[in-house]
Design a protein. Sequence first.
Length: 309
Amino acid sequence: MTLPATPPRVHVRAPGKLNVFFEVGGVHSDGYHDVASAYQAVSLYEDVWAQPGDDFTVSVSGSVDTAGVPQDDRNLALRAARLVARELGHDGGVHLEIVKHVPVAGGMGGGSADAAAALVACDALWGGDLGTQGLHRLAARLGADVPFALMGGTAVGTGRGDQLSPALAKGRFDWVIVTSEHGLSTPEVYRHLDDLRARTDIGPAPEVPTVDAGVLHALRAGDPVALAEYVRNDLQAAALSLRPDLREPLEAAESSGALAGIVSGSGPTLALLTADAESALELQVTLTATGYRSLHVHGPVAGARVMAG
């Protein structure tokens, strides 16, 4: 008896990210901003399985609340799959199964990680050979954080954040992240930043955003104490203005041993830098006991990659 063939299935894992440093320029006429960011990929992952389908479909589950994740063509991973199909001239479809562990609308690039994973998975499933350059070209069309989710590690992003240069980072950096039940809209946070700057509530936009050299020196030295002096996020003022409840856990963390605390990306996830893994675990226990949902992660880690099995 001949058993029916099992359809091929490709599993790709992609990391979430933290913006160790994030400087935002003024708003352009198209509503976008130039930025300068030091990205670090961390050990909180999105898993995507791709298998042949008659159409382009997606299912979403995970350890985080996925209620707000679209399961139609608004989903960035589905858009990524369609891009690969057009690029390869593939006339079939794909079903994507996404299992999320990165907070949704949390400022850690979970949707971008899904898209990066879908690019790699579909290219592998359909026998493409787009290579690093081809995948990054498609990634840049999907959003500023997607190329970094492909690359992983530590990198400096300029322009819209998608012009990436790898940055040397020695050793390991340990972070505690504090998650929130309710996400923040990235466009809303940027608009509020522009409003705060227009009212002179905060300083003006830099003419040309740049990453402080101190950040790069600290990363290169593998020195979290030195890095703590330079971590910064221009979106933090806007995120805290929209969500003042985030101030309390930030202050609690800094008084409980965190070297530094910042809002991650557009928030509301908080990223708390610690001296080492032991300090991170102690801080996580303290914050959890206080009632905050916290996780210990470390970076840098690899970008989107095919998993065995």
